[in-house]
Design a protein around this ligand. Structure first.
Ligand SMILES: NC(=O)c1ccc[n+]([C@@H]2O[C@H](COP(=O)([O-])OP(=O)(O)OC[C@H]3O[C@@H](n4cnc5c(N)ncnc54)[C@H](OP(=O)(O)O)[C@@H]3O)[C@@H](O)[C@H]2O)c1
Length: 312
């Protein structure tokens, strides 16, 4: 961590690589940073229309492929690298190689950077009911219960190990930020629940009720990125990253129902992910508090995605 970054409350005039730029989480971050920085957005860009969207917002796009270690199009002299890329193909060979091996290629390529932020997930914690997880708590196959995300938790744990190693190997100041439930106008898990309510689909919740997480609005994600950069260190800083308010799926679906008049159909089951409540002590010390109250954020999400449904 350099003094110039540590003392900077915002990022200005920097050369910033945003990897996985087309992801739900990274897109608003990259576009916001592009207002005052040189931002290079990287992904495979299989959809050329996505490139045009980013270029229009001032983000220079480069194609990379983390599964093959092809990161040469990224500028080696980037000051700061933010990695939001993730592969969820459900193929163990691909997902271990892309999420862990690809990160190794990326951190080696950017070993001269001032700061590297790797986005992880609270989905790496071992399922333990309503335990409140601090950063040193046990890890496990949280998402393995979902057949469509069988590789996710383990590949993300493998990626954290890579990030820890590369931070030390390359003296590359790094933050590993374990994100809870991101949401906003562009979507997220609560937006999927809204769609399920519209379709009348059953929404799985854990039998060990309620199913509690820490939804975090994209405005807070954007605001906290410079602080995650400032918090980078060697060894890597590891920090939980979620909204200040712990909210259950049951609670947020009920609120979406209040806003829209729709009725959620909850289906308690053991075949879904468990609660992941997180201890935010370290987050508050390092990067502060979130500011968007969850009810305000959810209302904005409905307004943006389905204004026709709002009843009040
Ligand atoms: N969404 C959530 O609820 C959630 C919760 C907790 C943590 N997180 C974390 O937040 C980050 C972003 O998640 P997300 O859900 O927003 O991601 P996402 O929408 O699934 O997007 C994944 C990104 O990775 C890129 N990518 C995939 N395969 C790639 C490859 N082989 N080479 C290079 N880039 C590749 C994709 O771009 P192309 O397909 O164009 O290559 C895309 O930009 C991840 O680290 C994730 O683990 C997400």
């Amino acid at each position: 961590m350099t003094d110039s970054i540590a003392s900077a409350p915002t990022l200005k005039g920097r050369k910033i690589a945003v990897v996985g730029v087309t992801s739900q989480v990274a897109e608003p971050v990259a576009k916001a940073l592009a207002a005052e920085n040189e931002v290079i957005g990287a992904a495979r860009f299989r959809d050329p229309a996505a490139m045009e969207r980013f270029e229009a917002a001032g983000v220079r796009c480069v194609a990379i492929d983390l599964a093959t270690g092809d990161v040469a199009n990224l500028p080696e002299d980037a000051d700061i690298v933010l990695n939001f890329a993730v592969t969820k193909t459900n193929n163990w060979d691909v997902d271990l190689m892309a999420n862990s091996g690809g990160l190794a290629w990326l951190m080696e390529h950017h070993r001269s950077a001032e700061a590297f932020v790797h986005c992880s997930t609270t989905g790496i914690y071992k399922p333990m009911g309503h335990h409140v997880f601090a950063e040193g708590d046990p890890l496990g196959d949280n998402h393995g219960v979902w057949p469509f995300l069988a590789t996710y938790s383990i590949a993300k744990i493998a990626a954290e190990a890579t990030a820890r190693w590369a931070a030390q190997r390359f003296s590359l100041p790094t933050t590993i930020a374990r994100l809870s439930v991101p949401y906003g106008d562009r979507g997220g898990w609560p937006a999927i629940h809204l769609e399920m309510m519209i379709n009348g689909s059953e929404i799985p919740v854990h039998i060990d009720a309620p199913s509690v997480y820490h939804p975090i609005h994209e405005d807070d994600i954007i605001a906290m990125v410079p602080k995650l950069v400032a918090a980078t260190g060697v060894p890597a800083t590891v920090v939980n990253w979620g909204g200040d308010e712990a909210v259950s799926v049951e609670e947020w679906c009920a609120y979406l129902g209040e806003l829209t008049g729709l009725s959620p159909v909850l289906a308690p089951t053991a075949e879904t992910i468990d609660s992941v409540m997180i201890d935010l002590t370290r987050m508050h010390e390092l990067i502060g508090h979130t500011t968007v109250p969850w009810r305000d954020g959810f209302r904005r999400m409905v307004e943006a995605r389905h204004p026709e449904l709002l009843t009040s």
